[in-house]
Write a protein that binds this ligand. Structure first.
Ligand code: GLA
Length: 728
């Protein structure tokens, strides 16, 4: 049974594929007992592990232990609250009508149900009734009648447990929620390190690994979006855990706004790991009878290092998060004009670029920024979503028809969440942007954030985007979002609700995306935020792929794709071949290298192919063929990171078909190596007995590839090898 309550000992067991999570009732307090490898339901009768936790902690609280409630500082809590006697990092903090801030949650009961309920208004993983089981534990505060429901879904075929929290105000007074984390886990005393993914524009997802010390270590975003500065992800692992060996405890947030993840290590060495909405500048007024749902955290336990963690997340998002027509369908190879033209183009230019793509075998032409209003640079027109006929005399419909007549499909760039101060929309509705009254409206890339916390603005955008999509044969939308949120405030909310703006914005955004995804099920949506500044599981629930970075330099992409793959699979990562010298790094790398890197993601082009040499075009043509041959393996298989660009000269990725029939390996080096050294690339996850034939007919056993491996010596700067091995 995936979830079982041992009534005699008061223990709740959640069994995922190869891992177990246990909670225990200590009188009516819900304690955390265990999270790790599968555990049989046999605990010592007289000293259950969780009871031991009562004896630990500071002498002060043990000495004053008059009642259980006063000793919570010593207990591994499942959902710690401020004001309960647990003085560590709380998961929940609220302010009540009388000014008090204490919450003491006591166990009321629990239910176990097949499948997984949706979270109203929020993206979340989903599962068939036989693939997951959900536990809902009800806790309540006797003084305020606040009821807190902890939701846990355990996936039977994956080492995943998702968590979210629902709060119901059954009292008579308004409650203000100040902090509501979705997950908090007290891991027992041990040495742990924290892995996070930090970065910035054109530098997304750089892994960082640091020892956890006796402090509160927080990884967060206060930018109004999940951000490239810190991905909404955190993993804790013992120092000895490697890429493929050892334990990892990981959390990823299914949310696209402000978040906090962290770990608080106390004097006993207990680690409180948490993730949820960022409590900084957050408040939510909950009137009597109202409820609040927190976004979901997906927790993964891996016994196979960071690689095992990544493979679990890849499967979770593939099968239980991404939806719609393109969930499993092969997606088009696309050509985007942005890096070729930026804002300066005519209809003929776009058709000529499309023609170049058509000759090569590209499936879709995407028209990027600059087609609407009077937008010839970033200073105007966001919000004015009607075509600029000076540039495009046939309109979007005419252009789309011409592209379709060429035998390609047509896609369009939109940035629906923004408005330019120089736009008709802003002139008509100057208070429709996020702003603080009486202060300058801080522009970023000359633009302001549309106030999606206001329902009427969301409704307006649903209509506006629908008109664009109804007006032409549009098969794809690149949904961009190019600024962080500042001057947080909304003209649509009273003073005591201003701290709700960032989360209300996300709820508005999700309603907008959900409505459009339902209304246009055949359109492929790709997320973007100046590259990967909002690459998170929340967006993937609506849009199955995301533009990974504005940095399309192949060598940089080896790093960015490696970091992004910690949590997200290759098919979610928009990955295009662009012109050289690269617009961000000014670096020139061989066309073959650019293609080999790009075919390991969601492949496309970001250049005017008419300007490339015949020789390079032949390489690109070959890359499309290669991509179509390997994409099933890359997009649905198991990924192994064999060598990390963050650790040395090489990047190596290996993708294995789920049934083991095909293996694709990418090996890239940064600099050429002088005489002497070789780098050995050892494969993983193969059947040692199986035999594999490579592209030139050489046969290798799985044991050879895993134990002897391939000996690589970099003969040139920025070299790559792409190897396909078929089981014979
Ligand atoms: C962002 C995107 C780019 C491009 C531009 C257009 O920077 O990441 O790919 O679409 O906007 O302005």
């Amino acid at each position: 049974m995936p979830i079982h309550f041992d009534e005699e000992r008061g223990l709740l067991y959640l069994h995922a594929k190869n891992s177990t999570y246990v909670m225990g009732l200590n009188q009516n307090h819900l304690a955390h007992v265990y999270w790790g490898p599968s555990l049989p339901e046999e605990m010592p009768v007289h000293s259950p592990v969780w009871k031991l936790t009562e004896m630990m902690g500071s002498s002060m609280s043990v000495a004053s232990a008059g009642s259980l409630w006063r000793t919570l500082d010593n207990i591994r809590s499942e959902y710690p609250t401020f004001g309960s006697g647990d003085l560590r990092e709380p998961a929940f903090h609220a302010e009540y009508a009388d000014g008090s801030r204490a919450t003491e949650l006591a166990y009321v009961g629990h239910t176990i149900t097949p499948g997984k309920p949706a979270i109203p208004g929020l993206p979340a993983t989903y599962a068939e009734e036989d693939a997951a089981t959900t536990l809902t534990v009800e806790l309540a505060d006797a003084v305020t009648d606040l009821h807190v429901f902890l939701l846990y879904t355990v996936f039977s075929e994956l080492d995943v447990i998702t968590r979210s929290v629902r709060v119901e105000n059954r009292g008579k007074e308004t409650v203000t929620i100040r902090r509501i984390f979705s997950a908090s886990v007290d891991l027992p005393p041990q040495k742990l390190e924290a892995v996070s993914l930090f970065g910035g524009w054109a530098k997304e997802c750089s892994p960082s690994r640091v020892p956890v010390t006796y402090a509160d270590l927080t990884f967060d975003s206060k930018r109004g979006h999940s951000s490239a500065h810190m991905s909404p992800f955190l993993a804790l692992l013992p120092p000895e855990t490697t890429e493929e060996v050892g334990s990892v405890y990981a959390m990823s947030f299914v949310y696209s706004g402000n978040f906090a993840a962290g770990v608080y290590k106390d004097i006993t060495g207990t680690h409180r790991m948490y993730m949820g909405l960022n409590a900084f500048d957050f408040g939510w007024r909950l009137d009597p009878g109202e409820r609040f749902d927190s976004p979901e955290v997906a927790m993964v336990y891996s016994g196979e290092g960071l690689g095992g963690m990544s493979r679990t997340y890849h499967e979770l998002w593939r099968h239980h998060l991404i939806r719609g027509k393109y969930k499993y369908a092969e997606r088009p190879v696309l050509l985007n004009n942005w890096e070729a033209t930026t804002f300066t183009f005519t209809e003929d230019d776009i058709l000529a670029i499309a023609e170049g793509g058509k000759r090569l075998g590209v499936d879709m032409m995407v028209l990027d920024d600059g087609w609407f209003g009077k937008r010839n640079d970033p200073t105007s027109s966001l919000g004015d979503w009607y075509v600029n006929r000076d540039k495009l005399p046939s309109g979007i419909d005419g252009l789309a028809a011409k592209v379709e007549a060429m035998g390609m499909r047509f896609g369009l760039w939109l940035e629906p969440e923004m408005l330019s101060p120089d736009s008709d929309l802003y002139r008509a509705h100057p208070d429709w942007c996020i702003h603080t009254p009486g202060r300058d409206r801080l522009e970023w890339r000359s633009q302001l954030t549309l106030d999606l916390s206001r329902p009427e603005v969301v409704d307006y955008m649903i209509d506006t985007v629908s008109k664009v999509l109804d007006g032409a044969a549009i098969s794809y939308v690149k949904w961009d979002m190019n600024r962080s949120m500042s001057n947080i405030g909304s003209a649509g909310l009273p003073a005591d609700r201003q701290q709700e703006v960032p989360h209300r914005y996300m709820l508005g955004l999700y309603r907008l995306m959900e409505t459009l995804c339902q209304r246009y099920p055949d359109i492929l949506f790709e997320g973007c935020s100046s590259g990967g500044q909002r690459f998170d599981a929340g967006i993937l629930h609506y849009m199955p792929q995301i533009w990974t970075s504005d940095d399309s330099d192949a060598i940089e992409r080896e790093r960015i794709h490696t970091g992004t793959s910690y949590v997200f699979p290759p098919e979610t990562q928009g990955s295009h071949v662009s012109a050289c010298p690269n617009q961000v790094t000014k670096r020139t790398v061989p066309m073959k290298t650019r293609c080999d890197v790009a075919v390991c993601g969601q492949f496309g082009f970001e250049l005017d192919l008419n300007r490339e040499s015949e020789e390079d075009l032949a390489v690109c043509r070959g890359a499309i063929e290669t991509y179509k041959r390997i994409r099933h393996t890359v997009h649905t298989g198991k990924m192994y990171r064999l060598a990390s660009p963050f650790e040395g000269n090489y990047t190596a990725w290996q993708f294995v078909e789920q049934d083991g029939s095909r293996v694709v390996a990418f090996i890239g080096n940064t600099l050429a190596e002088a005489a002497g050294g070789y780098t050995v690339i050892r494969f993983r996850g193969l059947d040692p007995e199986a035999r594999y034939r490579d592209d030139i007919g050489e046969i290798y056993t799985g044991a050879f590839l895993m134990n002897i491996g391939l000996y690589e010596r970099a003969a040139e700067d920025f070299g790559t090898r792409l190897i396909t091995l078929d089981r014979v």
